[in-house]
Design a protein around this ligand. Sequence first.
Ligand code: ZN
Length: 136
Amino acid sequence: MKPSHIEHIGIAVTNLEKSIELYEKILGQQCNNIEEVPDQKARTAFFKIGQTRIELLESTDPEGAIAKFIAKKGEGIHHIAFAVNNIEEKIKYAERQGIQLINSVPRKGVDNMNIAFLNPKSTGGVLMEICEKINS
Ligand code: ZN
């Protein structure tokens, strides 16, 4: 994959407002932006730390992936996202390595990025995302 850096760490939370307050207290900085992601049935809040962001994810639907994750594992780290160049090529690379993907075609994520998730069954139980900024 040769990612350039960790783009963000996704954290599943039950109450976005409460978690924003908590992270503002812990980090001593304001939340950068809040965004609705209908595609993922979630609302997200970002904190920028250097090149990396903390992405808090709250489900907007009890049937959504984040709600299901919290029901199963509780609040906490949900996924790690690696910044890559040429995401289509990296998807093909993963396939050649025998790594299963949830998205074999990149889809549009938040903040103008193309994203694809790797299947945690292929990554030792960690949900990994690769992402590429559009027009970068
Ligand atoms: Zn993500």
